[in-house]
Design a protein. Structure first.
Length: 400
């Protein structure tokens, strides 16, 4: 990760097809486009590869998540459980449909702690958004059980885990609906883009309309379409879908490089017995976008991060605990506002309550966690050098 590391002529060729046709929009203009339907083709390719019945492309991962919520009728007065470690887009999607995020602790898997989920469920809870952070999965069997017992919708945020599996099924295809992001730093990128995945026909039909102003897409004349419900413009453009199509054809290469590089890196780090690694519920399903590891305590982790910074080696290593985008500790703009537009009373009350919650379990985990981005462009020599350098720094800090 990210997929842009292996951009080549193939992306250019697909974009050139669209430029030649002159039709940059995904719907309509049937005659003019001369058979070029990149968005449709990409949806087909995703559906086949990830073995999911239906795919709806969107303008981003954020709008894909918003769509996942909308098609499950989540809105005003509903609570959605979401982990306190995620990219903030998961939270934005919940707020944008009028629902209220309920932040729940993570465990050593860096995903939702199932004990904490159980404690957080109330009559207002309508859905769980399981975020498969950093290339690997949430505890899906347990979460599915909780959803069944409490009649909750399961939405999978698989934006960071494209190509990862759980017990043989691709992440994003297991819950009621799942989302991918194709933003610039994801496994598959088209600059900006996303996808909703679902096996439920009725949810797909709604996603298809919701992302295009409610159009039913039943006729051949877009202007004569009916609008059975309200929607938005969450469309992807043909230019972006063209890039995505090229990237999709490389996904096996991306995943096998990630896995190979991850293994070499992990094997070297394992020489240091003080390092612990992230819990992974299905080890064979890891997409290996990041290697996430723990140092013994917060102070040592901070010292290690400082040492990396001093040696100009911090790039590609994420200490999420102090990161402005991914961890609750830094989400003051959400916890305290302001919102540019007026939130509904349920949201305002819900967000107030969150300021009183105790996230010490997550703080303990995240304050010791480093995620190293696994680059597609590394080779064995580069990885060995890098990992050995980390071991050397740890030794200097007396972590050995
Ligand atoms: C990237 C990401 C998103 C949102 O994707 P965009 O395409 O950037 O809107 C949502 N959730 C997670 C976990 C992500 O990493």
């Amino acid at each position: 990760m990210p997929g842009f590391e292996l951009f080549d002529d193939l992306e250019k060729q697909h974009v050139q097809d669209v430029l030649n046709s002159g039709v940059y929009m995904r719907y309509g203009f049937d005659a003019a486009r001369q058979g070029v339907w990149k968005s449709k083709q990409l949806e087909q390719a995703i559906s086949e590869y990830f073995k999911v019945a239906h795919v709806q492309l969107t303008s981003s991962g954020t709008t894909a998540l918003t769509t996942c919520l909308a098609i499950n009728h989540i809105g005003y007065g509903d609570d959605v459980i979401v982990p306190c470690f995620t990219f903030v887009a998961s939270v934005e999607a919940i707020i944008s449909v009028g629902a209220c995020p309920v932040f729940v602790d993570i465990d050593e898997s860096l995903t939702l702690c199932t004990q904490a989920i159980k404690k957080a469920i109330t009559p207002k809870t309508k859905a769980i958004m399981a975020v498969h952070m950093c290339g690997s999965m949430a505890n899906l069997d347990e979460i599915l059980k909780i959803c069944q017992e409490n009649q909750l919708v399961l939405i999978e945020d698989a934006c960071q885990s494209i190509g990862a599996t759980y017990k043989g099924n691709y992440l994003g295809t297991i819950g009621d609906a799942g989302s991918f992001s194709f933003d610039y730093v994801k496994t598959i990128t088209c600059g900006e883009g996303g996808a909703v995945l679902t096996n439920k026909k009725n949810l797909y039909t709604q996603a298809d309309g919701f992302t295009d102003h409610g159009h039913d897409h039943l006729g051949i004349d877009r202007g004569a379409d009916q609008h059975p419900f309200m929607g938005y413009n969450f469309r992807i453009s043909e230019l972006q879908a063209a890039v995505g199509l090229a990237q999709m054809s490389k996904i096996d290469t991306f995943l096998s490089l990630q896995k190979k590089h991850y293994q070499i890196f992990e094997t070297i780090l394992k020489q240091n017995k003080q390092i612990k690694f992230r819990k992974i519920w299905d080890i064979t399903g890891n997409s290996c976008t990041f290697l996430s590891w723990f140092l013994p305590n917060e102070a040592l982790t901070q010292q290690f991060v400082d040492a990396l910074k001093k040696e100009n080696l911090l790039a590609g290593n994420f200490y999420w605990y102090v990161n402005n985008w991914h961890y609750i500790k830094q989400w003051q703009h959400i916890l305290k506002g302001p919102s540019l537009y007026k939130l509904n009373p349920c949201q305002e009350q819900g967000l107030q309550r969150i300021n009183l919650e105790d996230y010490s379990q997550s703080h303990r985990i995240m304050s010791c966690c480093i995620s190293t981005l696994i680059s597609l462009k590394w080779d064995e020599h580069v990885i060995e050098q890098k990992a050995n350098k980390y071991l050397e720094i740890l030794k200097k800090l007396n972590i050995e």
